[in-house]
Ligand binder design. Sequence first.
Ligand SMILES: Cc1ncc(COP(=O)(O)O)c(C=O)c1O
Length: 470
Amino acid sequence: MDSEEFRTWSRRAADWGADYRDTVRDMPVRPQVAPGSILKQVAASPPEQAEPMEAIFSDFEAKIMPGMTHWQHPRFFAYFPANAARVSVIAEYLVTAVASQCMLWQTSPAATELETKMIDWLRQALGLPEGFSGVIQDSASSATLAAVLTMRERALNWDGNKKGLPGQKRLRVYCSNQVHTSIDRAIWVAGIGDENLVRIPTTGSLRSMDAAALEAAIRADKEAGFLPAGIVACVGGTSTGGTDDIAAVAEIARRHDLYLHVDAAWAGAAMICPEYRPFWKGSELADSIVFNPHKWLGASFDCSIQFVRDPESHVRTLAIKPEYLKTHGHDGVINYSEWTVTLGRRFRALKLWFLMRAHGLDGLRTMIRNHVSWSSDLAERLAKEPDFEIVTKPMLSLFSFRHRVGGGQDADEHNLRLVNAINDDGRIYLTQTRVDDQVAIRFQVGQFEAKREDVEAAYDVIVEVARSLS
Ligand SMILES: Cc1ncc(COP(=O)(O)O)c(C=O)c1O
């Protein structure tokens, strides 16, 4: 591709993106395609000869876009959001054009130093005390893996990496039954083993880890000869927003000298609003905290912040320095790849810088407060309908509900049919979960450009589709 063509197609792509964002609200949120239908349309083998960009671009529009789910649709209420604010898209375009590898300070000093500054901006924005530093990971899963590896190594006095796990005491890690599956995977990958992830029962409407049960489990494990290594607490669990009492958990972690990692991947963004901070009171005592600006805040995927209280223990766990990665003569700089499992690193800090400057923390707070308030209004309206029940009350902007069924009907089967029918309708997009072993429908408001009317429209769709099925 020559320079002229690059310029032409870059402009075309930018125009396409702007048109897409302006029209996405009129598209069905989830595509109406059968499995395998896109596969059939793409050539079976790669071309031997170069093809014109016009043909490639028109295939993108004709064959690919009809199979895309529109995560930037203002009526995307499924999962958690994956917001990519327009300004973040511009930053990503620049990052992709420059395309630097940001693994060491010297492989892109500006990327490293902006990362340090953005971590500190976010620390302040979230009301965390000085003393936390951190790193931008690709995902919360990677951050949690780094935390679990560090808790393992700390407990084993850094012998795990050296000698392996056989012959060591059996490690134990504690969490509630509300945590995301990325915790399970981190435990598997770290070689700790699923049987050593101890699930503590939860209590109360926030489904918080039962502190007394946690304390008892740790004591019993110690007596039985296990080696407790750490606790993973959560604020805003994926299913229904389950949230631990972090202060109570932190006190137990301190008493037993355990590493505490807090997963606030989704809910962390809300902590830019001081009034939501009671939800994670005690997080300032954690060893690490993960939150994803690529979920609610608006920095496009991938952008996951891991705040760390003692970077030394992370670096001691993860840093590896073959000759070709040594940065002779530059002591005292940060090489962020020493804090992560991956070596190669994208320049993720730029989109945070653009996002926070273009919207201001105040603009971002308004978005989050609106979402929380619109979600609560919707839950109240649904609660007033005799054929609907609220299963879990709003935790920030997430709640779950169920459509009641008549005698003899299977409620789970009916509510699954309802989610499918709503999603086939296309005007909104929702997902389901299980609460106390029964199907419930999740609803979260979080899309960056959602308006009050979009949430009100969701009410109409839910009620209309549910009644059409009954
Ligand atoms: C609470 C929670 N933790 C962790 C994750 C994993 O996030 P990521 O996709 O960044 O690995 C999710 C994903 O939705 C989540 O909801």
